[in-house]
Design a protein around this ligand. Structure first.
Ligand code: SAM
Ligand code: SF4
Length: 349
């Protein structure tokens, strides 16, 4: 086995075995990393050309009933500041977002019992009535099949539910009392209902090995999500993982590039977490095959409260200015912002 052969196989066959992925992660050197990124970039150019899609992110609620060890919103964090947005506040955000050219809105939040199916259906219906041509993504964690189905029928198009880790032992060690099978069943349900489903994982979770990452990469290949969110783990000071280092830019970029090669059509964000650990993080993500950016559209008054990890980037940037700068930076990196819904090609009408 050698790394160059594995990269060439990923490029020509869009596949590699777990053993090959593990070998690549264990042995890749600087020169080979550049080749991997080049191949991922070529693959992205073939599928999406140089287009970058924008998703306006609305952080719906900082209440959460879960206790994920890594996240600042976990229920045991008594220092977390909690808020929830009502329907009028959400509509204000989407109006602002549409004006800025964001043709996808993402409603993301903790698992908050306030947002019952009825409340969500009301919010989704109101957004879709006013903006029927915009796409709506939800990211509200684990819910029942019936709940996902009601929200889909109300007009939601996509659902982001990172699988977080495809190694059962690691998954259950960072999600106390939460069976691994439940999350994977939710992902299966989302796909079956017809959502463009998004999986994804964190890089650099404490005690994560390259074998765990190879499991994540194989899971992504086999599940074939429409979207895949990959970002470094970043510690939050009020969580049990506060003393661990953040995941590395380099390894995150390698994983992004591999996912682009495994799934040429996947929508792949250059995540805010990546920008938060390195000021060139977003560019590095775009150059390794990333084609999505998710600017924050939440009301300024709540942004500091949606604190998943410390030192989050762009948190208080004014929206119009951020939009202008994003377009400028994307251009400088050789890409182009596209004002469309930006669906995965397998889901276009
Ligand atoms: N509650 C929903 C869920 O967990 O799927 C959606 C919101 S949750 C805050 C969105 C994502 O944030 C998670 O999937 C997780 O990967 C990421 N996240 C949470 N804490 C993080 C941390 N400390 N570092 C990096 N990413 C983190
Ligand atoms: Fe809640 Fe999601 Fe944070 Fe877990 S990652 S504590 S489910 S907001």
């Amino acid at each position: 086995m050698n790394v160059i052969d594995i990269i060439n196989k990923l490029y020509s066959e869009n596949d590699a075995s777990k053993e090959e992925l593990l070998y690549l992660l264990d042995n890749i050197n600087e020169e080979e990393k550049n080749l991997l990124i080049e191949k991922a970039h070529e693959t992205r150019m073939r599928t999406y050309s140089n287009k970058v899609y924008l998703r306006g992110l609305i952080e719906l609620t900082s209440f959460c009933k879960k206790d994920c060890l890594y996240c600042g919103l976990r229920r045991s964090n008594k220092s977390a500041e909690r808020y929830r947005l009502n329907i009028d506040e959400v509509l204000e955000c989407v109006r602002k977002g549409d004006k800025l050219g964001y043709k996808t809105f993402v409603l993301q939040g903790g698992e908050d019992a306030y947002y019952t199916d009825d409340v969500m259906v009301e919010i989704i219906t109101a957004i879709k009535n006013e903006f029927p041509n915009n796409a709506l993504t939800l990211s509200l964690g684990e819910r029942s099949y019936e709940s996902y189905e009601k929200m889909f029928k109300a007009g939601a198009d996509r659902y982001l539910l990172r699988h977080e880790s495809a190694s059962k032992e690691l998954y259950e060690s960072i999600h106390p009392g939460e069976p691994y099978e439940v999350r994977f069943n939710c992902l299966k349900n989302l796909k079956e209902i017809g959502y463009q489903a998004g999986a994804g994982f964190m890089v650099g979770i404490p005690n994560q090995t390259n074998e765990d990452l190879a499991n994540d990469l194989r899971f992504v290949k086999e599940f074939e999500p429409a979207m895949c969110g990959i970002g470094p783990f970043i510690p939050h000071k009020d969580t049990p993982l506060k003393d661990y280092p953040h995941g590395s830019l380099e390894k995150t970029v390698i994983c992004l590039a591999i996912v682009r090669l495994l799934l040429p059509k996947v929508l792949l964000p250059a995540t805010t977490a990546l920008s938060s650990i390195d000021k060139n993080g977003r560019n590095a993500g775009l150059k390794a095959g990333g084609n999505v950016i998710m600017p924050n559209l939440s009301p300024m008054s709540v942004r500091k409260k949606y604190s998943l990890y410390n030192n989050k980037a762009y948190i208080l940037d004014e929206d119009a200015e951020y939009r202008r700068l994003t377009e400028e930076k994307v251009k400088e990196a050789g890409f182009e912002v596209e004002i469309t819904r930006g669906d995965n090609p397998d889901f276009r009408d």
